[in-house]
Structures are given as C-alpha cells and as structure tokens.
Design a protein around this ligand. Structure first.
Ligand code: ADP
Length: 392
C-alpha cells in the first residue's frame, strides 16, 4: 500500500500538485497544470525527475486534479490517499494554524474572499473540487496569513478609524508558509540564530520580507493585501495612497483598472517596460531594466533596515524564493550597503550559492535557504490525520 498525502495550490489558471509519502521530506511526485482552460497542459514528474505520463480534461481545476490523480494511480496502483492539504491565501484575523475543513470552515473562508479577491476564490474552488473527488478524505487548509498572527498591534494595524480594524482591515502579511519553513529549518540547523532576530527575504515573482524573533513573526512588509512592501514581478509594492486618489479623481480610473495596474502592470515589469522576470532583466542591459533592478535592490535594503528596527537588531538575514536563491548579483547588491548592520558577504561563497554566504568575521550571518511551501502543507496534512505531531 502506498500511503500518501497530496498537496494542492490552486491559482487563477494554474494548479500545483505534490504527492508526499506518509513520512519524509521528499515528494513521490510533483506537478504543475498550467493555463487551466482550453489550452491546459499538465506536467508531472516523479522523484527522480522523470516525466509521468499525464492526460485528461484540463479545462477546469477539478479536471486537472483528477487527471493528476489518475496518473498517480497508474504509477502507484495501491495508492491510499490519507489527506489533502491546500494552500489558502487568507485565514482571517484569528487562524494561526492549519485547519481541517468542514462546511462551517468553508463558509467562513468564503467570507474572507473580499479581502483577497484574486486568490481566495480559486483556493476555495480547489478545496471544493477535492471534496467532490475524494469525499471522506480530510481536507486541510494552510494559510499564508497564519504565521503572522503573532504580530503586535502596532504591526497589525493602520492608523485608520478603529471600526475598519474591527471589520478586518489589518496588516495580515503573506508568504507565511515559506517563512514557517525557513523558521523550522533555522531551528533545525542553526538553533542559536533561530532564537535570535532574523529577517527573511522571500524574493520571488511575489516578494516580501518578514522579521522573526525566536521563531515568531513580528512584522512583515506585506499588509492588508499581497501588494504592499517590496516591488515584485508585476506588483507595485508600497505606493503612496495619494497616488490612488489621483488616479481615481483625475484620471477617472475604476477600481478594476487600478487593481490591474497595481497587480499586473507594475513592479519590475512596469519600471523596465520589458519583463517581470529578474533573469531577463539581468541579461537585458537597457537603462530601464537596470533602473528596475536598482529600485528592487534599494527597496530591499530599506526594508531590511525597517525590519531590523522592528526587531531591535538583526542576527541573521536569510534569502529564499527564485531571486533570493539564485541571483548572486541581487544578493550581493542588497548586502553591499548593509555593512552598518554587521552584514558582509563572502563573494566566493555567494558566487557558489553556499548555504552561509556571510564572511567568517561578519557580525550578522547571511544565509541562502531554498524554501519549501509544499512540504509545510504536507506536514500539516499528515499532522491533521495523526501521522505525526508536526504542524505547519
Ligand atoms: P513565484 O513567486 O512565482 O513562486 P519564484 O520564487 O519561482 O516565483 O521566483 C521567480 C523569479 O526568480 C523570477 O524573477 C526569476 O527570474 C527569478 N530567478 C530564477 N532563477 C534565477 C537566476 N538564476 N538568476 C536570477 N533570477 C532568477
């Protein structure tokens, strides 16, 4: 019997899947259904990176999920699915841990959709599809917001009238599954740092930073939405709210148009006029591509400083995410101006993508730790069905 848990991450037109054994960190298989719809494609790989044959109806998330499962069953005919873990962007003000989904939970999570209209409905559609396809298999929701529920009030609020805070207009913070994984890895491999003040920079297509003290999130660059803070591939990061008033008042832009501008046309893409992809910009050699990288690096430096202030100092800086794990140039440039906080990288270690890239004598450690959100979800799914005591 192949006893396993499945993890699902349902986006607007994509579905990421991973099949994990009942214990251990390595998945049996991973997959991505891209462009879910008439042109949907599904790529599944086994643990050795070999392609698993996959076909089926990819016009909906439910169809893509069933196609993935059918392929897994062909590969492992004795597959016994114990639980399904889901990435869900928003858990609301009170959920600080994963939760097993029932009707009441689903209804409550639906109420949060207005807080994350671009993501929450797709995440919940994924849960509903999984319930239909696998009735009786526990469904576990893991939230991007949960890790940040330990923020003190001053990092949880805006200076707006109290009634808005009470109805949920708060600084939730996101990328929590990634930060949870990094905090766990630090506790396992560098407990002296895990007990200290750590800034984690999750720099991918979406980008944010988190200040963590003794394993708990103290502050995040993201706030009410996943727009705030650092510039991202196509998202703006922090903008003066006065700009939005100007766009509405003077240019007559609607909420939908502004949303499109902030989520899809800004960030590295907006500034460079070329691409949202850091690799493309690094290779481009145009003045606007260079300025987009300059702005990204500058905002990263600024936010490391801000989070160190929130933490009352800094013992370690950790890079993760596609850019953080791979771009030697961006890491080196961010660290270049942070010498005043004891950050000094060893360029050979940085070029070699080592796990520790700070120089031996530096006061503050700098690490590169590949993140693993799927594993955090798989652990939560296992814990929910009593396989382990681990929780995400
Ligand atoms: P997502 O937030 O969608 O999960 P990723 O974490 O995969 O995104 O990060 C994607 C980003 O990582 C892209 O900007 C990509 O260019 C960048 N990236 C990946 N590999 C490299 C590399 N070798 N050098 C520079 N940037 C890289």
């Amino acid at each position: 019997m192949t006893r396993a848990v499945l993890t699902l991450n349902a986006g607007s037109s994509s579905l990421k899947v991973a099949l994990f054994p009942e214990a251990g960190d390595l998945p049996l298989a991973t997959g991505l259904a891209d462009k879910v719809g008439p042109d949907g494609v599904l790529h599944l790989k086994d643990a050795a990176g070999g392609t698993i044959a996959a076909a089926g109806d990819l016009t909906t998330h439910a169809g893509a999920m069933e196609a993935a499962i059918a392929s897994f069953r062909a590969q492992w005919p004795d597959l016994d699915l114990l639980a399904i873990g889901h990435r869900v962007v928003h858990g609301g003000a009170d959920r600080a841990a994963p939760v097993t989904v029932d009707d009441a939970v689903l209804t409550d999570l639906e109420r949060l959709a207005p807080f994350a209209p671009l993501h929450q409905p797709h995440n919940l559609a994924g849960i509903r599809a999984a319930i239909d396809a696998f009735p009786g298999v526990p469904q576990v929701a893991c939230f991007d917001t949960a890790f940040h529920r330990s923020h003190p009030f001053v990092n949880d609020t805006f200076a707006l009238p109290r009634a808005l805070y009470d109805e949920g207009v708060r600084r939730y913070g996101f990328h929590g599954l990634s930060y949870d994984y990094i905090a766990g890895e630090l506790a396992r491999t560098a407990p002296h740092l895990a007990e200290g003040r750590v800034v984690v920079a999750h720099l991918g297509n979406g980008a944010s930073m988190c200040g963590i003290q003794n394993g708990r999130s103290v502050a995040s660059t993201m706030g009410f939405s996943a727009l705030d803070g650092l510039p991202m591939g196509t998202r703006s990061g922090q903008v003066d709210p006065g700009v939005l008033l100007y766009l509405m008042d003077q240019k007559g832009m609607s909420a939908g148009q502004i949303s499109d501008l902030l989520y899809k046309q800004s960030g590295l893409l907006g500034l460079s006029g070329l691409s949202n992809d850091m690799r493309t910009l690094e290779a481009a050699n145009t003045p606007h591509a260079a300025e987009a990288i300059d702005y990204f690096v500058f905002r990263c430096q600024r936010e490391v400083g801000a989070l160190a202030a929130a933490l009352g100092g800094i013992d370690a800086l950790v890079f993760c995410g596609g850019i953080g794990e791979n771009s030697r140039q961006v890491r080196a440039r961010i660290c270049e101006r942070l010498g005043w906080m004891g950050i000094e990288i060893d360029h050979a270690k940085n070029a070699g993508n080592d796990r520790v890239i700070s120089s031996d004598l530096a006061r503050t450690s700098v690490l590169v730790i590949p993140t693993n959100e799927e594993l955090v979800i798989a652990r939560a799914a296992r814990a929910a069905v009593g396989l382990t005591k681990e929780a995400a």
